[in-house]
Design a protein around this ligand. Structure first.
Ligand SMILES: Nc1ncnc2c1ncn2[C@@H]1O[C@H](COP(=O)(O)OP(=O)(O)OP(=O)(O)O)[C@@H](O)[C@H]1O
Ligand SMILES: [Mg+2]
Length: 478
């Protein structure tokens, strides 16, 4: 792998990447940076957490002249939190060159954004709705934009942003460069590419599996009513550093985080019905580690890069295979290990198989742990905590107290009491969760031509693969 020094970047960018702790390029960075520098349109697909942001951010910053009053680069993201995160990463990349990115998103005071725009950022990172709003008000002018990036391009089509995206692209000069990035590139993307890109180069980092190898993938077959108790047992046994739990609906997420708090876990919720101020504070607490569990709808499934997320739990199975790939991609980032757990009801087993076919990776079926296993898990944790304190060796101010206690009580009873205090015993506080019905996998809307264009060479007569799973898997176009 090449280093950033080998990439022939300007001094300020080489310094910035070093300052960010980047030494070697990731495969998507190595392949896309030179092509973007050369002016090519790119469709970039690489696994979650492999540095796609810098793959477009570095050449974007490199190409932009500092002394300009106009917006030269535009990045569009599907969620507000992602707009903020991407703008921050671009600002880190541009820190020595003096290139600045401003996030523009819904839910934040528009007048504040208008004031910030007066500082003339060269790059804007925005969500489609708010960008359109500024375009209508003429507070953002895109007539000098040279590079447009659609991060999570496929998701923006999914969410019904297609029209907004097309409107935005029509407003930007035709001679611009267009870059599309995502870990998943389903077929409808090609329609967008045909209409809005110039001879795009498809950079697909070839890996056998769509998901990252360092994330273990397990599933538990459970009825909806059992899910919560099983979740609590798993949390007790696995004791994640930070965990994201995905629920199907906003109501589900609200009920779930309340239930977790009732049972003594430190959890907060994020979904689209909360105020932006609340969404911001929840995410801040989670990033800082003051909240250990984030319960979320798919609003947190895409792009978010939070270090320390060791576990992802799909309390409800995701709506489609792409959703699965992105959700579990919140762990196992930048080569770190991760664990992804999916709950599946007996009726949803077909969906699970479809996900496996698309990701080309089997999830390992696990047996629901017993209460005793959960207790043992917590006890093990208590022992580990205790031993760690012993190892750190900063307990001398307690020695006298301990010696005094040992004169009255035997050492085993004392240690057992300390372990009991440190162990979180199973909590069976009653909680209320409304039962969810299973959903059917969402099928993307393909036109006939696209479906035909997607068939593999040598498909049997009539072009339809034999089994339904294979047909579905092909449609998702990984
Ligand atoms: N060359 C590099 N060396 C070390 N770390 C890197 C490098 N490039 C990126 N990273 C770090 O890796 C993490 C993941 O990067 P990023 O968020 O860009 O992934 P992504 O490919 O966009 O993932 P997703 O598909 O989930 O959006 C970030 O914390 C980023 O700072
Ligand atoms: Mg990303």
């Amino acid at each position: 792998m090449l280093t950033f020094y080998d990439m022939g970047l300007s001094d300020s960018l080489t310094r910035a990447t070093a300052n960010m702790g980047f030494e070697e390029t990731t495969p998507i960075q190595e392949q896309t940076i030179p092509l973007v520098m050369a002016g090519r349109d790119i469709i970039g697909q690489a696994q979650t957490g492999t540095g796609k942001t810098a793959a477009f951010g570095i050449p974007l910053v490199e190409k932009i002249e500092v002394k300009t009053d106009a917006v030269k680069g535009l990045v569009v993201t599907p969620t507000r939190e992602l707009a903020v995160q991407v703008a921050e990463e671009i600002n880190r990349i541009g820190q020595f060159k003096g290139v600045r990115a401003l996030p523009i998103y819904g839910g934040q005071d528009i007048n504040r954004q208008i004031r910030a725009l007066k500082n003339k950022p060269q790059i804007i990172v925005g969500t489609p709705g708010r960008l359109m709003d500024h375009m209508r008000r003429r507070t953002i002018r895109l007539q000098q934009v040279a590079v447009v990036v659609l991060d999570e391009a496929d998701e923006m089509l999914n969410m019904g942003f297609k029209e907004d995206i097309e409107n935005i692209l029509r407003d930007v000069p035709e001679e611009r460069q267009t870059l599309l990035f995502s870990a998943t590139m389903p077929q409808p993307i090609q329609g967008l590419a045909r209409n809005y890109m110039k001879d795009p180069e498809l950079i697909r980092i070839k890996t056998r599996e769509v998901t990252v190898p360092n994330t273990e993938q397990n599933y538990y077959e459970v009825h909806d009513k059992q899910k919560f108790d099983v979740l609590c047992r798993l949390l007790d046994i696995q004791s994640p550093e930070l965990a994201i739990i995905f629920g199907r609906t906003k109501r589900r997420v609200d009920e779930l985080f309340e239930a977790l708090n009732k049972r003594g876990y430190s959890a907060e919720a994020i979904h689209g019905d909360l105020t932006q101020a609340k969404r911001d504070s929840v995410l801040r607490h989670f990033r800082e580690g003051s909240t250990e569990i984030l319960v979320a709808t798919d609003v947190a499934a895409r792009g978010l890069d939070i270090s320390g997320v060791t576990h992802v739990y799909n309390f409800d199975i995701p709506q489609d295979p792409e959703g699965y790939v992105h959700r579990i991609g919140r762990t196992g980032r930048a080569g770190k290990p991760g664990l992804a757990v999916t709950f599946v009801t007996p009726r949803e087993l077909g969906q699970l198989r479809l996900i496996e076919q698309v990701t080309k990776k089997k999830m390992v079926r696990k047996h629901v742990p017993t209460i005793n296993e959960a207790i043992e898990g917590q006890q093990r944790l208590a022992v580990e905590k205790l031993l760690q304190v012993v190892e750190e060796g900063e307990t001398h101010q307690y020695n006298k107290l301990a010696a005094g206690l040992l004169e009255e009580t035997d050492s085993v009873s004392l240690l057992a009491a300390a372990l009991k205090l440190l162990t979180k015993e199973p909590d069976t506080t009653q909680v209320r969760l409304t039962e969810e019905t299973s959903w059917r996998m969402r099928k993307p809307a393909f036109d006939k031509r696209e479906r035909q264009g997607f068939q593999r060479k040598g498909a049997h007569k009539g072009g339809r693969p034999h089994n339904k799973g294979q047909r579905q898997a092909k449609k998702f176009g990984f």
